[in-house]
Design a protein around this ligand. Structure first.
Ligand SMILES: Cc1cc2nc3c(=O)[nH]c(=O)nc-3n(C[C@H](O)[C@H](O)[C@H](O)COP(=O)(O)OP(=O)(O)OC[C@H]3O[C@@H](n4cnc5c(N)ncnc54)[C@H](O)[C@@H]3O)c2cc1C
Length: 250
C-alpha cells in the first residue's frame, strides 16, 4: 500500500462478489492495472449467503428425500433424524473450501491488487479505502444487493429470516412460512420441506412453482396459499409467528 501516485490504476472495482471477482481478473488479463475493493470479505452473496449455501443445503435435502423414497429405486433403508445443525456445518464446510481457492491471494496471483475496507469517493477519480486513496481512470461498482423486506403489517414484531440469516439456523423450524415466490423462495420451501419442516408459501410461490415445478413442491408436502402480498403477521405464543390474510386484502 502507499501514496496516491504509487497506486494509479486503470480500473478500480468496488465489490468483491461474483461480479467483481469475474471483472477484475478479466481486466488484468487485458493488461489493465486493476484493484478490487471490498468492505468485508471476498465472495459476496453467492459464496456466503446465496448460491453456495443454498445448493449445499439443497443437496442434503435431496439426499433426505431420496432416502425416504429408496423403495422407488428398488432399495431398502430409512432416514434417521435430521439434525439441522449438522447439515449447516456441512454447508459451512463447503463455503470454507471454496473460499480457500477464491481468496485475496488467488486474485493477487492473477494480477489484481486487493483492498479490504469501506470505499467512499473523494472525487471523480479518487476512492478512499479506510484512509488510503486509490486513484483510477475508471471505476466499476459491483456492490450487489440486500434482501428487500416487504411492508407486511406486523412483520417488525416477529423474528423473520432472510437469505442473510437462514443458513445460520441450527434447529429445523417446525413450520416455515415462505414469503416470496421467486427462485430463492421456491428453493428454500422445497429444501426445508424435504428436511422435515412443515412449509407454507403464498400465492407468489404457487405461481412460481407452477412455472418452475409445482409438481415437485406439492408431492413434497408444501402448502401453497393464495393472497401472499397483502397479509399481516403477528408474534405467536412460544416465539413463532402467525401469518394471516389482511382484512382489507382482495
Ligand atoms: C439464496 C440464494 C441463492 C442463489 N442462487 C443462485 C444460483 O444458484 N445461481 C446464480 O447465478 N445466482 C444465484 N443467486 C444470486 C447471486 O447470489 C447474485 O446474483 C450474485 O451473488 C450477485 O453478485 P454481485 O457481485 O453483483 O453482488 P454481491 O455478491 O452482493 O457482492 C457485492 C459486494 O460488494 C461489497 N460492497 C458493498 N458496498 C461496498 C462499499 N461501499 N465498499 C466496499 N465494498 C462494498 C459487499 O461487501 C459485497 O461483497 C442466489 C441468491 C440467493 C440469495
Amino acid at each position: 500500500m502507499g501514496s496516491v501516485t504509487r497506486h494509479d490504476y486503470d480500473l478500480v472495482i468496488v465489490g468483491g462478489g461474483s461480479a467483481g471477482q469475474v471483472a477484475a481478473p478479466a481486466a488484468a488479463a487485458l493488461a489493465a492495472r486493476v484493484a478490487l475493493v471490498d468492505r468485508e470479505r471476498l465472495g459476496g452473496e453467492c459464496l456466503w449467503t446465496g448460491c453456495v449455501p443454498s445448493k449445499s443445503l439443497i443437496a442434503s435435502a435431496t439426499a433426505a428425500h431420496q432416502t425416504r423414497h429408496l423403495d422407488t429405486l428398488g432399495l431398502e433403508g430409512a432416514l434417521g433424524p435430521v439434525t439441522l445443525g449438522t447439515v449447516m456445518d456441512r454447508v459451512q464446510g463447503v463455503i470454507d473450501r471454496i473460499y480457500q481457492t477464491e481468496d485475496a491471494d488467488a486474485l493477487r496471483r492473477r494480477g489484481v491488487d486487493v483492498y479490504l475496507g469501506h470505499a467512499a469517493f473523494r472525487s471523480p477519480h479518487e476512492l478512499v479505502v479506510d484512509g488510503q486513496v486509490l486513484r483510477a481512470r475508471a471505476f466499476l461498482l459491483c456492490t450487489g444487493s440486500h434482501p428487500a423486506v416487504p411492508p407486511i403489517p406486523g412483520l417488525d414484531t416477529v423474528d423473520y429470516l432472510t437469505n442473510e440469516t437462514i443458513f445460520g439456523l441450527r434447529d429445523l423450524p417446525g413450520h416455515l412460512i415462505v414469503a416470496g415466490g421467486g427462485p430463492v423462495g421456491v428453493e428454500m420451501a422445497q429444501a426445508f420441506r424435504r428436511l422435515g419442516s412443515r412449509v407454507t408459501g403464498p400465492r407468489g410461490a404457487a405461481r412460481a412453482a407452477a412455472a418452475r415445478g409445482r409438481r415437485r413442491l406439492r408431492p413434497a408436502g408444501a402448502r401453497l396459499r393464495p393472497g401472499g402480498h397483502r397479509r399481516r403477521t403477528r408474534a405467536a405464543d412460544g416465539g413463532g409467528a402467525r401469518w394471516r390474510r389482511h382484512p382489507g386484502s382482495p
